[in-house]
Design a protein. Structure first.
Length: 347
């Protein structure tokens, strides 16, 4: 069976085609995917403008769909199920992907399947060359979400810990903005940090010793703001690099320690890291080193699949269908989106 997946929850338009055999004998495989990022468009505003994001999704989604079908040497007639991101995300952006998916399904007489955005991230490492095995602990870490989940099987998720305020990616981006770096700030801060001293500034590690695998990054952002003010209007490039390195070190240390805490508490020896921040080089280095000492396997999606993408949506739908834990809805042209939707609420 072939699943065509659409992702349009924020500022990336993603389309992908995944194929799977019924039954769990073989893993689904990615036939083709295409992605358009809106970073260049939003940079002038220092962040995502929801209305512009929605309009750009409308412009991009059909050409990307054609591109995917050409790459996969397939046609719409070959598609068996059409999946789309139902939430969480920006309401207007979600409506574009859901609307296109429902319209195509109605026109072709194909069923649709709504997918949770975070489940897509959670299962994205199954697209990698080193897919994980169940059960595992998952660190979902992105611009909007920071959570630790116990994953026993597709659809079986237990929340172990989450942020009580800002997400890790948000802390990266807001700290980068304070340092005068362009949007999206996280990758620029990581680049600047390469020439900095991670011990130059004593920044807080919120909730580090709480005894629970929960996160808090709002206090760290405030501490970065305080240091920026102390440096004045003309900090040296080295000072900026040192503050970037210290900020990154604080975020990475918190993510590392909380992940190890969750692993220890669960008794599991496998960690999956997914979401945009999962591409951070320092985070990967420190997680790999710490987990190797404890005989823990770590799995990541391919770097190209760390950000939002259609492949993870198609894959999540395929894995659910393959295991018989979800059925596609008959095509009728109707759809809904869920801008706020907890991962624990899905079944």
């Amino acid at each position: 069976m072939k699943v065509l997946g659409f992702e349009s929850s924020c500022d990336e338009t993603g389309v992908a085609l995944v194929e799977f055999n019924e039954g769990q004998g073989s893993a689904p495989r990615l036939l083709a995917d295409a992605l358009h990022s809106q970073i260049a468009m939003h940079q002038a505003y220092g962040g995502v403008v929801p209305e512009l994001a929605s309009r750009d999704h409308i412009r991009r989604v059909i050409p990307l769909t054609r591109e995917v079908l050409v790459r996969a040497n397939a046609t719409l007639a070959d598609v068996d199920v059409i999946a789309y991101t139902q939430g969480p995300g920006l309401a207007g952006a979600l409506l574009v992907g859901a609307g296109v998916a429902a319209s195509l399904a109605a026109a072709l007489g194909k069923p649709t399947m709504a997918v949770h955005h975070l489940e897509g991230h959670l299962l994205s490492p199954f697209l990698s060359s080193d897919p994980p095995e169940f059960p595992f602990v998952a660190l979902l870490v992105s611009g909007g979400h920071t959570q630790l989940m116990r994953v026993d099987e597709v659809g079986s998720y237990e929340l172990l810990g989450e942020t009580i305020d800002d997400a890790a990616g948000e802390a990266f981006d807001k700290s980068a903005k304070l340092l005068g770096l362009p949007y999206p700030g996280g990758p620029h801060l990581a680049k600047l940090a390469e020439s900095g001293n991670p011990e130059a500034f004593a920044l807080p590690r919120p909730l580090m010793h709480s005894g629970k695998p929960d996160f808090s990054f709002a206090g760290l952002k405030t501490a970065v703001l305080t240091q920026v003010k102390k440096l004045g209007d003309a900090p040296t490039e080295q000072q900026r690099a040192d503050l970037a390195a210290s900020t990154q070190a604080a975020i990475v240390e918190v993510l590392l320690k909380k992940s190890l805490m969750a692993l220890k508490g669960s008794g599991l020896k496998r960690l999956v890291v997914a979401g945009g921040v999962g591409a951070n080089k320092k985070l990967r280095e420190q997680l790999n080193a710490a987990c190797a000492k404890r005989s823990i396997r770590v799995h990541y999606p391919e770097l190209s699949l760390c950000t939002d993408n259609g492949a993870m949506i198609a894959m999540a739908a395929a894995l659910r269908l393959q295991r018989g834990i979800a059925a596609p809805a008959p095509s009728g042209g109707g759809f809904e989106v869920r801008p706020r939707w907890a991962l624990g609420a899905i079944s």
